[in-house]
Design a protein around this ligand. Structure first.
Ligand code: MN
Length: 400
């Protein structure tokens, strides 16, 4: 039991302890850990107690911490736990606690490279039917490799950052020529992101078994998508400007160590993938996402249903010898389950805009200016606890 009381069932208890970068006033971003509804200033506590990594916690990103490697990070997590469990630490720790509502959360990592996959069979099948009704729903390669694309690292933003409606070129099937203007089909994609801590050398591969040796933790991702721009531009090289204007992530990075109890068996794969994609110790995770549109929950996508595991994605991403850097982020692709209420995009929920549905009393298909979307997730934690992910939230501003 901690000396600091939390409400029973709090998703930010001693088994969660996610890291983030926070700033109070005056502006001084540094590393904190969340416990309940408070943030502990790890830089201050480490310095006061002579902990050897005080300099790492004083940084304005988690990158220096993540560079220490998974073994050292697990030891640091034990030290953080002791701060809350050992009553003799109360006097040192208490003065360095801030209410989460009183601090500003920053982008937690310096994003090195950003990759987005397409790993939900339900999502890929739905999008295939909507975008290419006259072709097979799944591309021929879909069950042989985790399909992905390189996104734009520099436009990954932290939850709470407003998203300006993108402008671009589009041509609807009913139009005879392309036009330029604000996207008319702005959408979200509810995803789970994996943050790389331990880098690799150029030319090396990461096996599925080494997933845990390279990935530091997990965030929630909203891959904002302009469907009209995307539909007109994506053949043959994949998403470009329809995606690159903004990608939001949650401010709290949940360490892999917090997710051991959430591991589940992934869906069976048929056909059996090539040997480099065999994942004998998979990190499929039982996360239930919740997509909230203007205060109303419109979907609960199940991450456990994803066809490709995060270990397979990492193995595929590096199979050609592409190196990893600390701060690399790769996202799962839209999480959609087989039920309508489990679809992780409005493209799917409205079936390409043809089936409007009710949101907060209005009939809706795609996002309007002023709309706010929040994505949350919970996972089973150790000893019957619940592990929470901070929400990833964004509000749409008019095009400019
Ligand atoms: Mn995506």
């Amino acid at each position: 039991m901690s000396w600091l009381d939390l409400p029973p069932g709090s998703p930010y208890g001693i088994e969660t302890l996610p890291y983030g970068v926070f700033s109070d006033s005056p502006d001084s971003p540094r590393v904190g850990v969340r416990f309940g509804d408070q943030v502990l200033d790890l830089a201050a506590v480490a310095e006061q107690t002579g902990q050897e990594h005080a300099d790492v916690f004083a940084q304005p990103s988690l990158n220096a911490l993540m560079t220490l490697g998974t073994t050292r990070c697990s030891e640091i997590r034990s030290w953080v736990r002791s701060l809350f469990l050992d009553r003799s630490r109360q006097e040192i720790v208490s003065p360095h606690l801030f209410a989460v509502d009183d601090v500003e959360m920053r982008l937690p990592i310096v994003v090195a490279d950003y990759v987005d996959f397409y790993a939900s069979e339900s999502h890929a099948s739905n999008v295939g039917q909507i975008f290419r009704p006259d072709s097979p729903a799944l591309p021929a390669s879909w069950k042989h490799l985790p399909i992905g694309y390189h996104g734009r690292a520099g436009t990954v933003v932290v939850s709470g950052t407003d998203v300006v409606r993108p402008c671009g070129q589009r041509q609807a099937p009913t139009e005879s020529a392309p036009t330029y203007g604000p996207s008319r089909r702005l959408d979200i994609e509810a995803e789970v992101g994996f943050v790389v801590g331990t880098p690799t050398r150029l030319g090396d591969r990461v096996s599925t078994a080494d997933f845990g040796a390279h990935v530091f933790g997990v965030v929630l991702v909203n891959d904002w998508s302009a469907r009209d721009i995307q539909a007109w531009e994506y053949v043959p090289l994949g998403p470009f400007l329809g995606k690159s204007f903004a990608t939001s992530i949650s401010p709290w990075v949940v360490p892999l160590d917090a997710l051991a109890a959430a591991r589940v068996a992934p869906p069976a794969q048929d056909p059996t993938p090539l040997e480099y994609l065999a994942d004998r110790d998979p990190w499929a995770l039982d996360l239930t996402l919740e997509v909230e549109w203007n205060g109303e929950v419109v979907a609960r996508p199940p991450f456990a249903s994803m066809y490709w595991t995060p270990g397979q994605q990492l193995a595929h991403l590096t199979v050609n010898g592409a190196s990893l850097r600390t701060g690399d982020l790769y996202a799962s692709g839209t999480v959609s389950g087989p039920e309508r209420g489990q679809r992780g995009s409005f493209l799917e929920l409205s079936w390409g805009g043809t089936e409007p549905f009710e949101v907060a009393g209005a009939q809706r298909t795609f996002l309007e200016d002023g709309d706010t979307v929040s994505i949350r997730a919970l996972a089973p934690g150790a000893d019957g606890t619940t592990v929470g992910f901070g929400a990833v939230t964004g509000t749409v501003l008019p095009a400019r």
